[in-house]
Ligand binder design. Structure first.
Ligand SMILES: Cc1ncc(COP(=O)(O)O)c(C=O)c1O
Length: 427
């Protein structure tokens, strides 16, 4: 990551950094919401909903045209027939999460996919029935694991256990993480972590989590809602059992966009793994023979239930093309620089008014992505409201947290500088 000093504390310096940025022009491929005065807003909530890529319109229009021209025949005709449409996304999505193409599919929405994976990979017994999650798990994930525990006849108060950061902290060290996983021993059925954590922005060490879980005989899955399109991911090699993610945050697919799922290849043809099934998971060669027996496709596509919404797939395809062109390694490098710049400017200019919760950057380790979680000393809600008035969009979480994400594909160093100027004036 770049290092920053007093010379960088000016708009000219920010502009110079933009001039040297080889990804700068990608921002012109996105629609920025405008402020009342018609300027581009300072958009820092790509961790909640990513901006609209300009090519989404033509990709969706192509499928509207196909529907208009072909009706049901659009499943087989046109440039991108609908029958195999999800396959047009697989290669680029597999690159995003570091999976083999047969391990990655886009389908359903995130919480649905989490449940489907829990059906397959949370197989509690009387002795081994605990699920370990973060102490600040996104509520939907908590509801999903609680209800799965209950479904299997276990009391979630006992079966769902949480990581425990030390007193007053929101994040854990790698050692604490590993020690806590191991402390549950053979009572642990599954480790299921949001990576990055949605609130603190901490990225847990994938390899260490998997190794510790495997040592005690537990399965491991990740919710990559805040990881896919943000972190450098290597799901196949770290040997995660499963992962799920949404595409409307860092992958800009639009509100309620479809989700992704990964199942490690070692599980793909294991008949012992139960699965909820639907017709889109049967072999495509014989699907339309309408047989009563399910014939799994032999890839993660076996977990598909329904024929997918093509317009939604089209918008993800549009965004993935941009990500593929920019390259995840370049994006992560710029993301580290932008996030480091934001952190440095905040500490230098507003250090007395806030505390940064997200772990520091560490060379060679992925301790965070492109989101900073900041605890405000004072009225955070009021600060957020003042920022909104000034055309800066960040988000507020009770009681005192602001989260802001400089997204490397569309935010600039100048955006970051201007955001901190606005924050400075809000205290
Ligand atoms: C970590 C995490 N889990 C689950 C969800 C719920 O996603 P969905 O409504 O797509 O199921 C979100 C949404 O923001 C999230 O950030």
């Amino acid at each position: 990551m770049m290092s920053f000093n007093e010379k960088h504390n000016s708009i000219q310096a920010a502009k110079e950094l933009d001039n040297k940025d080889k990804l700068y022009n990608f921002r012109n491929q996105f629609h920025f919401p405008l402020t009342e005065s018609g300027d581009k807003s300072l958009y820092f909530t790509g961790h909640s909903l990513g901006l609209m890529p300009k090519n989404a319109e033509s990709f969706i229009q192509e499928e509207l045209n196909a529907w208009k021209a072909f009706g049901v025949e659009g499943h087989f005709k046109g440039k991108h027939p609908w029958l195999p449409y999800h396959e047009f996304l697989t290669e680029n999505m597999a690159k995003i999460v570091g999976g083999k193409p047969e391990e990655v599919v886009v389908m359903n929405s995130l919480t649905v996919n989490l449940h489907l994976m829990l059906v397959s990979f949370y197989r509690p017994t009387e002795k081994r029935n605990k699920i370990l999650i973060e102490h600040t798990t996104f509520p939907s994930d908590k509801y999903a694991v609680d209800s799965q525990a209950r479904f299997h006849g276990h009391d979630p108060e006992k079966a769902v256990v949480m990581l425990k950061p030390s007193e007053g902290k929101m994040t854990l060290t790698d050692d604490e993480l590993v020690e806590q996983i191991k402390s549950h021993g053979d009572s642990l059925a599954l480790v299921m972590l949001g990576n990055c954590n949605y609130l603190s922005g901490q990225c847990f060490n994938f390899k260490k989590v998997v190794q510790a879980a495997k040592e005690v005989g537990a399965n491991v899955g990740f919710n990559l809602a805040h990881g896919a399109g943000n972190l450098l991911l290597d799901l196949h090699n770290v040997e995660a059992d499963f992962a799920v993610w949404c595409t409307y945050k860092y992958l800009n697919s639009g509100p309620g966009g479809l989700a992704g799922a990964f199942v490690h290849e070692k599980h793909l043809n294991n008949p012992e793994i139960p699965r909820f099934e639907g017709w889109w998971g049967t072999k495509k060669e014989t699907r339309f023979k309408m047989k009563p027996q399910f014939e799994p496709m032999g890839t993660v596509e076996s977990w598909q239930l329904s024929n997918p919404p093509i317009f939604q797939l089209a918008s993800i395809r549009a965004s993935l093309e941009l990500y593929n062109e920019a390259g995840m390694e370049n994006l992560r490098e710029k993301g580290d620089n932008l996030t480091g710049y934001l952190e440095w400017l905040l500490e230098t200019n507003c250090g007395n008014s806030l505390e940064i919760v997200t772990p520091k950057f560490e060379e060679g380790k992925q301790t965070r992505g492109s989101m900073l979680c900041v605890r405000v000393k004072g009225d955070a809600k009021n600060v957020e409201a003042k920022l909104k008035e000034a055309g800066a969009v960040v988000d507020f979480r009770e009681p005192d947290i602001l989260r802001m994400a400089p997204i490397p594909i569309y935010n600039s160093f100048e955006d970051v500088f201007e955001l901190v100027e606005v924050i400075k004036s809000a205290f």
